[in-house]
Unconditional design. Structure first.
Length: 292
């Protein structure tokens, strides 16, 4: 017997490095006519580095203490930014502080009790900094960094400037996706608008939606689909999981992504390459042309 086209397409997708979870998915992914990309960990490598630590002048803490508290708070988060903070501490020989309580809010950041202090590390959009903190945030974002604010016992003590590299082939993939779907690709991100615009310009995306919480990503996907477009969402984070579930197709980017994204997605890119996304759409279309 010969293998049914959808099954050989699944096998083929596997060879390309994409785990397609069912024959229905293999068939439906070819119907995609718009693609929405997450930013951090999807269009970027997701191995960001802390490029700058700006300890605020009014803070009584030194850089080492700031890193100890921030790394303690981030220790249990699987977010790429959290890993960057922990790595920065490790590189400077600073041990993360002792953590008692920990909560993470997708799209915002983390709160933890570290060395007896309440430490928050996260998006400036939600800690609303003023004065020196706001100034540092604006400067870092202008330089294309993701600014993360460290707040200790309710007082902002530092702003971290985090830098992430574009994935290899990102611009080519965006161009290929545009060609395959005949629609402008979209960027959906929880990060700030300045960093988002800058990256979008580099990869050739014009439709940028920034500062989105997980539920805002869902609303954006619903809006795209209400406009009559079957949307494929690519994302890596816990913050992307609801959008992956809501979309026509949800694809998790890379095994380094969060477990929730991997579980929720219809397909998982196991070979960490963006080019696999248009490849799998094309494979589906070829298989569909054989299915009656
Ligand atoms: P993206 O949609 O680009 O993948 P996220 O939604 O995961 O970004 O995060 C949005 C923003 O929330 C980040 O830019 C950062 O400011 C903040 N954030 C989220 N999680 C963390 C964390 N663990 N540590 C610090 N900041 C975080
Ligand atoms: Mg992400």
């Amino acid at each position: 017997a010969t293998m049914p086209p959808l099954l050989s397409a699944i096998a083929n997708a596997g060879r390309h490095g994409v785990l397609v979870k069912s024959a229905v998915v293999m068939e439906q992914v070819g119907a995609t006519d718009r693609v929405a990309f997450d930013k951090t960990g999807t269009l970027t490598e997701g191995t960001p580095r802390v490029a700058e630590v700006r300890v605020l002048p009014e803070s009584e803490l030194d850089e080492e203490r700031v890193l100890r508290l921030a790394a303690g708070a981030e220790h249990r988060s699987e977010h790429p930014l959290a890993r960057a903070v922990v790595a920065a501490a490790t590189e400077q020989g600073v041990e993360p502080g002792r953590v008692d309580e920990f909560t993470s809010t997708p799209g915002r950041g983390v709160t933890a009790k570290v060395d007896g202090h309440v430490v928050q590390v996260g998006s400036p959009a939600h800690h609303v900094p003023e004065g020196d903190a706001a100034h540092a945030v604006a400067e870092l974002e202008e330089a294309g960094r993701t600014a993360v604010v460290v707040v200790v016992d309710g007082t902002p003590v530092a702003v971290l400037g985090i830098a992430d590299r574009l994935r290899a082939g990102a611009a080519e993939t965006v161009a290929r996706v545009r060609e395959l779907t005949g629609a402008a690709p979209v960027l959906l991100t929880g990060d700030n608008a300045r960093a988002a615009q800058r990256l979008a310009a580099e990869v050739g995306i014009q439709d940028v939606r920034a500062g989105l919480l997980p539920q805002d990503k869902v609303a954006a996907v619903r809006e795209l689909e209400a406009a009559g477009r079957k949307t494929l969402v690519v994302g890596d984070g816990v913050n992307d999981a609801p959008a992956l579930a809501a979309a026509h197709m949800g694809v998790a980017m890379g095994l380094a992504g969060s477990d929730l994204a991997l579980e929720t997605a219809d397909a998982v890119v196991v070979r960490d390459e963006l080019a696999t996304i248009p490849a799998v759409v094309a494979l589906s279309r070829r298989a569909r042309s054989f299915v009656v």
